[in-house]
Design a protein around this ligand. Structure first.
Ligand code: ADP
Ligand code: ZN
Length: 533
């Protein structure tokens, strides 16, 4: 018996030390754990690597019965359960990878009260048999991992998660703890509403929001000039021998870049959904176990991966949302040591993503949401403020300029780009009259530079008034102008052919009623590697 007078260790701290071998709780963990142990409901927002798992594992060990963990990460359940078993925790899982016999064994263990933790894939709750099973055992709590999957606003919606709203009606006395690392205000409200986790009077339900600041990560975003060479330079000069993740949008690009790095003496493994399960598992296992390997992957890689010494996360393509970017870059530096989050992005990225959004599945509302996500990502790319401040602000938190990101270290100059913007727009307006034709950025820049390309001659565009009026900027600079116009919403891109279009605000610029400020692109001295290419 523990009385307030004794200095005996509380049971939760004792479990932390005895079972998990850690000395102390991290920020926030103790409060959350004690709230859930006492039977309260919780919504926990904590960045990747913050230590969410213990927030439900310890209450599950302290409370009587089995803690049910709902997780979409089927591929990781075996590993998670194995890891817990090594610590002496009685854990099991039920998902579609098991055969009937394996499932029967786990079910029997649960009913007999032999399990501390039972991991379940969300779709299993759709089966009446699962609900009956849970009724036959003793449930100590429900943990809903990756809770943002219930949100349609977020980037990872899973319809099966909607069923979780019924948990508290069916088991009103069982505490629920929902956890996520993605946490805009909008997402949080949606999760709370859908899972019936609104903070209420009497504080049965509480929200715990940890800081999303990751001070050891250096955020850097640069214009894409020659992605391969830029990446190679980063790895050779700053991350020699380091483990890291390189994210690409397509499988093809994953293969290409993994091969390129390997040819250049950097051991790199590919990972994408097109590889067979065996190769994927083997590459992931090598990345986790060996030192200094680079994994080149689509975003299929990384959910739930716990490798503490990932020194860099590089994006060769623009992420679709700030949430995605934050989650992916968050895999760097879980050990707290300095790490780099590096992103190269260019005009083509914007065109490609717009295409994917407009040509993708889902209704108009879905496309609209995706397009808002992309705009926020672009705003982060083009900001002249501290990247960290912008990121935190996106998640509704405030911060001071960090002194460590690229914009803090080399504050970008801005310049008045109103005249070049007007020139681009005047070409777009004229081409717009030839509606049936498709003219992308390259053609528009050719016209501005006065280049008589085959297409320019074919369409007689050397007789347009703006032909050759843009010789004050180089081609790369024009691409930067077009990209920033897109990011600022002053022009749009038609998704099928990448044709540039006017927007509602274009007119203001053309009439001189609006000044257009832009980030000056850094002068990029050609390195030896780039010259060799
Ligand atoms: P998340 O699920 O929030 O991404 P995890 O629960 O996987 O994070 O925890 C990240 C890492 O931090 C794990 O290696 C975990 O064992 C470790 N960890 C969690 N809590 C503590 C603690 N109190 N002391 C030391 N290490 C901890
Ligand atoms: Zn900064």
């Amino acid at each position: 018996m523990t009385s307030p007078e004794t200095t005996e260790t509380p049971e939760t701290l004792d479990v932390l030390r005895r079972v998990f071998g850690y000395d102390a709780f991290r920020d926030g963990q103790r409060e959350i754990i004690e709230h859930v142990v006492a039977g309260g409901d919780a919504l926990v927002l904590m960045p990747t690597g913050g230590g969410k798992s213990l927030c439900y594992q310890i209450p599950a060990l302290v409370r009587k019965g089995t803690g049910i963990v709902i997780s979409p990460l089927i591929a990781l359940m075996q590993d998670q359960v194995d890891a817990l078993r090594t610590l002496g925790v009685q854990a099991g899982f039920l998902n579609s990878t098991q055969d009937l016999d394996e499932r029967r064994v786990v079910e029997a263990q649960f009913v007999a009260g032999e399990l501390d933790l039972l991991y379940l894939a969300p779709e299993r709750l759709r089966l009446p048999a699962t609900v009956e099973l849970l009724d036959r055992g003793d449930v100590s709590l429900f943990a809903i991992d990756e809770a943002h999957c219930v949100s349609q606003w977020g980037h990872d919606f899973r319809p099966d998660y909607l069923m979780l709203s019924g948990l508290h009606e069916r088991w009103p006395d069982v505490p629920r703890i929902a956890l996520t690392a993605t946490a805009t205000e909008t997402t949080r409200r949606e999760i709370a509403a859908r899972l019936n986790l609104e903070p209420g009077p009497g504080a049965k339900t509480r929200h715990f929001v940890a800081s999303f600041d990751r001070p050891n990560i250096q955020y850097r975003i640069e214009p894409k000039t020659d992605a391969k060479r830029q990446l190679l330079r980063l790895l050779q000069t700053e991350h020699k021998g380091d483990a890291g993740i390189v994210y690409c949008l397509s499988r093809n690009s994953v293969e290409k870049h993994a091969a390129f790095l390997t040819e250049n003496g950097i051991e790199a493994l590919p990972y994408h959904a097109g590889l067979d399960a065996g190769t994927r598992a083997a590459n992931q296992a090598r990345f986790l176990r060996e030192d200094g390997l680079v994994i080149v992957a689509t975003i299929a890689f990384g959910m739930g991966i716990d490798k503490p010494d990932v020194r860099f996360v590089a994006h060769l393509d623009l992420p679709k949302s700030v949430e995605g970017y934050y989650q992916e870059t968050g895999r760097a530096g879980r050990d707290g040591l300095p790490s780099t989050a590096w992103l190269a992005y260019g005009l083509q990225d914007v065109v490609n993503l717009r295409k994917m959004i407009d040509g993708g599945e889902g209704d108009a509302a879905h496309r609209r949401r995706q397009s808002i996500h992309l705009d926020s990502m672009l705003a982060l790319c083009e900001t002249v403020e501290c990247r960290r401040v912008r990121l935190l602000d996106y998640f509704g938190q405030s911060g001071e300029p960090c002194g460590n990101c690229d914009t803090c270290l080399t504050p970008p100059e801005t310049w008045d780009a109103t005249v070049p913007a007007q020139k681009v727009l005047s070409v777009i307006v004229r081409l717009d009259r030839e509606r049936r034709q498709k003219f992308g950025a390259g053609h528009i820049i050719d016209i501005l530079l006065g280049k008589r390309s085959a297409k320019v001659i074919q369409f007689d565009h050397d007789s347009l008034k703006p032909f050759g009026v843009g010789t004050e900027l180089r081609e790369a600079e024009w691409r930067g102008v077009v990209r920033q116009l897109l990011a600022q919403g002053l022009i749009a891109v038609e998704s099928n052919h990448g044709t540039l279009l006017q927007t509602e605000t274009s007119g203001d610029v053309l009439r001189g009623e609006r000044t257009v400020m832009m980030r000056r692109e850094p002068e990029r001295p050609a390195t030896k590697a780039a010259k060799a290419a």
